[in-house]
Design a protein around this ligand. Structure first.
Ligand code: GLN
Length: 466
């Protein structure tokens, strides 16, 4: 039986091209793992009925000489990325039976590359959360300890990779939703520069922060996927073609002022060990000060809900989504939205509507934008002194279900990941071993805007050390 859990695209594609295995073999092995584990882990909301047919087609592509690295590779897709003709619900009751009417840009690219789409990954409703507990279809469990969360919102995508239900997956990251679950599940997760990957065909949570990115077993696989899905797309005016040049970068900035409170001691110890190992590989480190970064979460929880309230206003039971008839039109909206949305989604819509309302707009929304610009500038300046900024990906390892009932406690899980979204810069989480309880650690590297390629290089150096 093929060991999907430890199989990378790099290895699988060589085996496929050498005809040692077929895509049908790979997909069958994934299906076995899904059958065995998904009942408990709940990583996938749906396994597509035609996966073996897709795999046969990929095998034909290989037989007729297609040498692409992704042909025949089984991939899982987060349930907020549109695949034409298939259900896509954003793990919400609101869109339970919604069927996509077109392919997202990234799906088109991957389809042309011969990828096999295995199924839809569970997530926090509309990508709001850090634990996948906000899914309308039940939480996803962490494969390293099923009493613990896998992180979120792309928890299903992370668990699918970590438990061998696919080789790689796609997630989305608005404030950490790729990197934090990658860290909790011991895999690599990458958030591209804002605009690096087209958002066309992704359900918008917070349009000025959202990015699609890969969850993989190593940095090389993340690069392979990134190289396929990045680029300029006419359907997303914010998308751009990123430079492909790789420069050798060696100075790591460590924001000591920011790494003081609220981090578990063992997480910090693991972080320091990794930094020491990088020094041995020739990296220099420099303590830096990022005074505005500590306001990132506050800025995020004003700008993000404002955009959420706007983006989700179309889900009213008339244009899209679940409909519950009321006595008046307003009553119908109210009933449909109250039934369709979960607690966290409603909380954010209300918060967002509040900060955008007349009288509060200047005090909250406008002020938050000003601080966002200050944070962007802060990173622009710091990257004149250093090549990367490093932090632990999250302040803790995977926490227990129900442990963070207070929403503010939950929001703190993203303290280190949110700034990259606020500043639009690229960032990657790389696994760095296990705690004594067997829970994965992760380290985060951030790079200057549009220097996505240098992240893969530093990530590979970290991998050399583990
Ligand atoms: N956990 C963060 C939130 O709850 C980030 C979500 C995301 O990146 N989609 O908003």
């Amino acid at each position: 039986m093929i060991d999907i859990k430890n199989l990378t695209i790099e290895k699988a594609s060589v085996m496929l091209q050498n005809k040692e295995i077929t895509s049908v073999d790979l997909v069958s092995a994934c299906l076995e793992n899904i059958k065995e584990k998904n009942g408990e882990l709940n990583a996938l909301l749906e396994v597509f009925g035609d996966v073996l047919d897709q795999a046969k087609k990929a095998d034909e592509m290989i037989a007729s000489g297609n040498k692409g690295k992704l042909v025949g590779i089984p991939m899982v897709i987060k349930d907020n990325i549109l695949i034409n003709g298939r259900k896509v619900s954003a793990s919400s009751k609101m869109l339970e039976n919604y069927v996509a009417s077109y392919d997202a840009y990234v799906i088109k690219k991957l389809r042309d590359a011969g990828v096999v789409f295995m199924g839809r990954a569970n997530m926090d409703e509309f990508a709001m959360g850090s634990s996948t507990e906000n899914s309308a279809y039940g939480p996803t469990k962490n494969p390293y300890d099923t009493s613990r969360v896998p992180g979120g919102s792309s928890g299903g995508s992370a668990v699918a990779v970590a438990s061998g239900m696919c080789i790689v997956s796609l997630g989305t990251d608005t404030g950490g939703s790729i990197r934090q679950p990658a860290s909790f599940c011991g895999i690599v997760g990458m958030k591209p520069s804002y605009g690096g990957v087209s958002r066309s065909g992704t359900m918008a949570m917070s349009s000025s922060l959202d990015q699609i990115g890969p969850l993989t077993k190593n940095a090389e696989d993340a690069k392979i996927i990134f190289d396929y899905i990045s680029g300029k797309d006419e359907m997303d005016s914010t998308s751009i073609q990123l430079p492909n040049s790789i420069e050798s970068k060696k100075v790591i900035g460590i924001p000591r002022n920011w790494l003081k409170e609220g981090i578990d001691t063992d997480v910090m110890q693991n972080f320091e060990e990794q930094i020491e190992k990088l020094k041995k590989l020739g990296y220099e480190t420099k303590d830096i000060d990022l005074p505005y970064s500590k306001y990132s979460l506050a800025v995020y929880y004003i700008l993000m809900p404002a955009e959420v309230s706007t983006n989700l206003s179309r889900l009213d039971g008339v244009r899209y989504g679940l409909r519950k008839e009321g006595e008046t039109m307003f009553d119908s909206f109210k009933k449909s939205r109250s039934l369709g949305f979960g607690l966290e989604t409603r909380r954010r819509i209300i918060l967002g509507t509040y900060v955008l309302s007349h009288g509060y707009y200047d005090a909250y929304y406008n002020k938050a934008w000003k601080v966002r610009h200050a944070i962007e500038k802060e990173y622009e300046n710091i990257f004149k002194e250093v090549d990367f900024v490093f932090t632990p990906t999250a302040p803790t390892t995977a926490f227990r279900f129900g442990e963070k009932k207070d929403p503010l406690q939950m929001y703190l899980s993203d303290i280190f990941t949110v700034p990259a979204n606020i500043a639009g810069i690229p960032s990657i989480s790389i696994p760095t071993g296990f705690s004594k309880d067997g829970l994965p650690y992760g380290i985060q590297a951030m790079a200057p805007l549009y220097k996505d390629q240098s992240l893969f290089e530093v990530a590979k150096d970290i991998e050399k050390n583990i």
